[in-house]
Design a protein around this ligand. Structure first.
Ligand code: TYD
Length: 205
């Protein structure tokens, strides 16, 4: 059995990752491919507890490094418990966020040292890297408007727009640093159009 493909969706809050991941999952399944849909933080029992802590607006006292460790702990559990077993079963794994979120949010966003974060994530993932990262890129104001349409902001979404501009910049810098795995998809269009762009980026039209 050949190892399945590992595809990660990244982008700022409100970039439409969750919708686009689902649209891609349906295309893959229609082509007869088994798919595992998962996300970070969360995706495992332990991860769901960590997710609750990380997204709770009551925990504004988390330091940036603590936050990075908790995301890394979630990731370590997720890789071992869910991602690797699915890849070994030959499934295509679609993951909503992965270590690039830590680099963008805790690194570029909060100023935690990038070398430290890279080492931390190397330990957390055991070196597992995706085959493709789809970066859904759009203006920060458009993303925040979408993300906050129907509900109050969670702890991270409550951050100011300047924070998200640094996060977006961090993503774009990662994309130019690792062109062999990143594909940047403009997400400023209706969802079916963005979906077509995602398929094109994956060479799947
Ligand atoms: P979530 O509700 O999943 O947001 P989205 O729907 O946009 O994916 O919340 C995840 C939040 O956690 C999001 O604001 C980004 C943040 N995050 C980090 O700061 N670092 C990380 O390593 C990860 C995985 C997420």
């Amino acid at each position: 059995m050949t190892r399945g493909k590992f595809i990660v969706f990244e982008g700022i809050d409100g970039s439409g990752k969750t919708t686009q991941m689902e649209l891609l999952a349906r295309v893959l399944e229609a082509r007869g491919m088994p798919v595992l849909r998962t996300r970070e933080p969360g995706g495992t029992r332990v991860g769901d507890r960590l997710r609750g802590l990380l997204l709770d607006p009551d925990y504004r006292d988390l330091t940036p490094r603590t936050e990075a460790f908790l995301y890394a702990a979630d990731r370590a559990q997720h890789v071992t418990e869910k991602i690797l077993p699915a890849l070994h079963r030959g499934e295509t794994v679609l993951c909503d966020r992965f270590l690039y979120s830590t680099l963008a949010y805790q690194g570029w966003g909060r100023g935690v040292d990038i070398v430290f974060l890279t080492r931390l994530n190397q330990l957390a993932t055991g070196g597992l890297a995706p085959d493709r990262v789809i970066l859904l890129d759009l203006e920060v104001e458009d993303g925040l408007r979408r993300a906050l349409k129907n509900r109050p902001p969670d702890r991270l979404e409550g951050e100011k727009a300047a924070f998200f501009r640094r996060v977006r910049q961090g993503y774009l810098e990662q994309a130019s640093r690792w062109p062999e795995i990143f594909r940047v998809v403009r997400a400023d269009a209706p969802e079916q159009e963005v979906h077509r762009r995602v398929l094109t980026a994956l060479g799947m039209e």
